[in-house]
Design a protein around this ligand. Structure first.
Ligand SMILES: Cc1ncc(COP(=O)(O)O)c(C=O)c1O
Length: 390
């Protein structure tokens, strides 16, 4: 069929359905080539421009990367074996011994550990954590040696929404690169590259794959020079993703727009129910007007995900655990972005050094899956009774 309309003007859901597909007649999906070895009839071709070795990726990796680039406006996207490996790659590419990096205090814990334990202790990189709500004030922390500013918005435990354009403007004015962990938005609800970010990283493990059955990461790079720099560090350490994992991520990506809409709408309905409950002090959901960064979220996001927090009235650990354990439709698990709802008590995970985390009571994080939100609300109603009675 002939193409209709200028692809540049198509909406994300259409781009997702129509990018990274085979050009020729035949299957709608790219092949899953399980190949380490590529053979050629002559050595001139072997050293030419074609594929040389499967570790560097095959057709399905290219299709996944192209589709993510199309929705993020990236020059090129690199695929990695996990979300964590995607998030640490910009540090590995930018931070040299003697340099300084600025990291949001709300960053995902294992990324924080990589920065402070590996870069800080073994690589002689100065790692400084900053207040996620610093905005343009980041300019005062930038030094001659600053090599990277790391953002995560919203924070995946505490949900601060960062003023990304203000931070990237200050970084660009001083020639400092920026990366963001954009997993909450799945590359769809916000466009970090348009907001000035150099490297938009995400765990494909979460919303993109959507099946809670595969690991993957992506680094969407704003320009080719940055992509080549990232490619250098991921290739040198043998980073590799199986074609099967890439195909699972691509399959999930095809339905991302529809699923994320459900996660977001169902999540908001559940959050609004919780917000009205006397046992809850406040919700931490960027799409609720009560969230302190709601105006920034409205400016920089075009929708909401289904991951948010709730601060309970002061309660013992036993009472919080009794509440979570009583839930029948919410598993107690660390991940999110899948089809199944989850609830976890977050306080044991929160690490802060720039600004202390303070809350009126325990923080519980909810991942709203693809169940009917009315059933989830019924389940929460009975769970809350256990919170009160313990
Ligand atoms: C915000 C965020 N970034 C990155 C990751 C890491 O992803 P992966 O588990 O694929 O390494 C996670 C995982 O929970 C996450 O929540």
């Amino acid at each position: 069929m002939a193409a209709s309309g200028d692809p540049k003007h198509r909406k994300d859901a259409t781009r997702i359905a129509h990018t990274g597909r085979p050009a020729e007649d035949g299957p709608v999906n790219p092949p899953i080539e399980r190949a380490s070895t590529f053979v050629y009839a002559n050595s001139g071709t072997l050293y030419g421009k074609g594929r040389r070795y499967g570790r560097m990726g095959v057709t399905v990796h290219d299709a996944l990367g192209e589709t993510l680039s199309a929705i993020q406006g990236a020059a090129r996207t690199l695929i990695t074996s996990s979300g964590l490996s995607a998030c640490v790659a910009p540090f590995r590419a930018c931070a040299q011994p003697g340099s300084h990096v600025l990291v949001t205090d709300s960053i995902y814990g294992p990324t924080r550990d990589f920065a402070s334990r590996f870069l800080g202790k073994e690589r002689n990189v100065e790692v400084e954590f900053y207040d996620p709500r610093i905005g343009a004030g980041i300019a005062d922390l930038i030094r001659e040696e600053t090599a990277l500013i790391a953002l995560e918005s919203p924070g995946s435990l505490t949900f601060e929404v960062q003023d990304v354009p203000a931070i990237t403007a200050a970084a660009r004015a001083r020639g400092v690169k920026t990366m963001i962990d954009d997993t909450w938005s799945a590359g769809l609800l916000s466009k970090p590259i348009d907001l000035g970010v150099d490297m938009a990283c995400q765990a494909l493990t979460k919303y993109v794959s959507g099946g809670s059955d595969v690991f993957g990461g992506a680094i969407c790079c704003a320009d080719e020079k940055t992509a080549a720099q990232i490619e250098g560090v991921i290739r040198i350490s043998g980073e590799s993703v199986s074609p099967d994992s890439a195909a699972l991520a691509l399959r999930g990506l095809r339905s991302l727009a529809a699923r994320l809409k459900w996660h977001g709408e169902a999540g908001l309905k559940v959050a609004q129910f919780l917000e009205g409950r006397p046992e809850i002090v406040r919700l931490i959901h960027p799409a609720l007007p009560s969230h302190p960064d709601h105006e920034i979220w409205k400016r920089d996001f075009n929708g909401t995900a289904g991951l948010f927090g709730a601060i309970l009235k002061p309660a013992s650990d036993e009472a919080v655990n009794a509440f979570i354990d009583a839930l029948e439709l919410f598993g107690c698990g660390f991940s999110w972005g899948g089809f199944e709802s989850l609830a976890i008590h977050c306080d044991p995970q929160i690490q802060r050094t720039a600004v202390p985390w303070t809350a009126e009571g325990p923080l519980v994080r909810f991942q709203i899956g693809l169940e009917d939100p009315d059933d989830l609300i019924t389940d929460l109603e009975q769970g809350i009774r256990k919170l009160k009675s313990s």
